[in-house]
Design a protein around this ligand. Sequence first.
Ligand code: HEM
Length: 399
Amino acid sequence: MPKKLTMPLRRDGLDPLPALGNLREADPVSKLSRVFGMNVWLVTGYEHARVVLNDMSSYSTDIRALLGSGAPASIGGLGFTDPPDHTRLRRFLTPEFTGRRLAAMLPRIEQIVQDRLDALESGDAVLDLVPQFAFPIPFLVICELLGLPVEDRERFRQLGHARFDVTGGGAGTFGAMSESREFLLEAVRNQRDSPGDGLIGAIIRDHGDEIDDLELAGLADGVFTGGYETSASMLALGTLALLRDSDAFALVGKDDTAVDGIVDELLRYLSIVQISFPRFARHDLDLFGRSVSAGDVVVCSLSGANRDEALGASADRFDPRRAGRSHLAFGHGFHRCIGSELARMELRVAFRGLARRFPDMELAVDPSVLQFRDLSIVYGLDSLPVRLNVAASRSEGQT
Ligand code: HEM
């Protein structure tokens, strides 16, 4: 893949490459490249990205045009679907993410986090937080939300990781995508006759006649992949950012009123979903003075836009006391993340739990050896070795 095209996915540790910031300042709507006869535009400005993400009449997110003759009749899911199907399908999901439903999930999330903390405390003094904390929590939350059988969960975990990894080329990603769709199709078919307690069962009970198996599997697939890897990456990278700023970590443990703002600042600063779904221009249009042609691909760099000074001074810095919670970490407009409140809830409970149980936790390796995921749409860490320092925390608690 040409370097210019992968630049928005490459980073220097937690930060986007300086080239992305330079591009935003010089050319917030810039023509990146030409691929398969289409211009590819990269939008790095905050206001510019909001305009694109909010304009469903000028852009389509239906990628079937790119897949050519092998494209399925129905793409499933929300991200790659346009109205009127998008509107109809999103309506089925929305009730599953209301404040009332989420409030009902809170005790379950708290229990999942407590169980994980107990497991950490009774394990080794030095351990890897990625497999032992960051992945299991959202994984269990999402499996319960969907109502997936326990015995199928490991297979799901593997497919969820593979589909966002572009290092093996597009074929690997699409292969994993169709396998996970097949997997969920089976789960939907199994629940048609006896709907379960989760989201799949609830939609079958309430709207079973209005949605076919493929569409429901697509929705479940979007919820699974959208909710799992993203939240896991936020937990891993967010913990790293907090360990680099001991005051912020202490604040999370001590001040309940500060946690909401810190979680949103971490979401903005880390922007783990680095780019939006591609938007395809439906017609020729003028985008902040640039001539975009029908069929061109417009991609918003969420990590670039979230570092725009339009969001406040020193946007390149993580500031746990930053005022204002505006950012594009969950996107904007019609395709804005449907699970944003669930994600915030998980992150608050998990970070608070870590900071309270292990206030003296520290990184167990030199930061320079940490392996960040390369060229992945969802940025993340493969491993985060930490030293829990449980004894020190206990004796401090006694004083
Ligand atoms: C920290 C965690 C998360 C982040 C950073 C995140 C980020 C995003 C972003 C940026 C988009 C919009 C992409 C675009 O417009 O191009 C999106 C869409 C979506 N997200 Fe999330 N997400 C997170 C967690 C979740 C969770 C927990 C769920 C569900 C349980 C979820 C489900 C979805 C779905 C279904 C969409 C598609 C919405 C649509 O197209 O209408 N996400 N997410």
